[in-house]
Design a protein around this ligand. Structure first.
Ligand code: FES
Length: 148
């Protein structure tokens, strides 16, 4: 490959990355919402998990729930129609905020990873994430903040 072809190939690759980046991001199931705090619970509408495409209804794997009163966000996984898992997004190693990637939460500080139930799948973190009780009621999730 000569210099001209190399530059041309790199140019197309860069353009492709720029064009596909936002497109791929729009395909991700992640959504960030602000939950409403009511008493000892933070409320999330079940409809926030729905993605309606034409006549098909799909469901996000998880939502990131935040509120200005919370020090860290809560990641809520939709395990099934009747089971949800709410996890405090604070790494149990040294307290860094976690990032959600599909079915796992990743810590950028030292590489710890957790599954959608908060179990450690990769250290150095040794303890599972703090979890919150979730109750489904009137088309919404009531996530108990008692443990926060
Ligand atoms: S703070 Fe998360 S792995 Fe160290």
């Amino acid at each position: 490959m000569n210099r001209k072809d190399f530059i041309k190939t790199c140019g197309y690759t860069c353009l492709g990355s720029l064009a596909l980046g936002p497109l791929l991001q729009s395909c991700t199931p992640m959504k960030m919402i602000t939950g409403t705090i009511e008493g000892e619970n933070i409320l999330v509408q079940l409809s926030d998990f729905k993605i309606v495409k034409k006549e098909e209804v799909l469901f996000r794997k998880y939502l990131i729930v935040q509120n200005e009163l919370l020090q860290f966000p809560i990641c809520v996984y939709r395990v099934s129609e009747t089971e949800y898992s709410a996890l405090w997004m604070k790494c149990t190693h040294q307290g860094n905020e976690l990032t959600a990637f599909g079915d796992k939460l990743h810590c950028s500080a030292h590489g710890s990873e957790f599954d959608k139930h908060g179990n450690v799948t990769n250290g150095p973190a040794a303890n599972q994430l703090r979890t919150f009780e979730v109750i489904i009621e009137n088309e919404q999730l009531k996530i108990s903040l008692k443990a926060v």
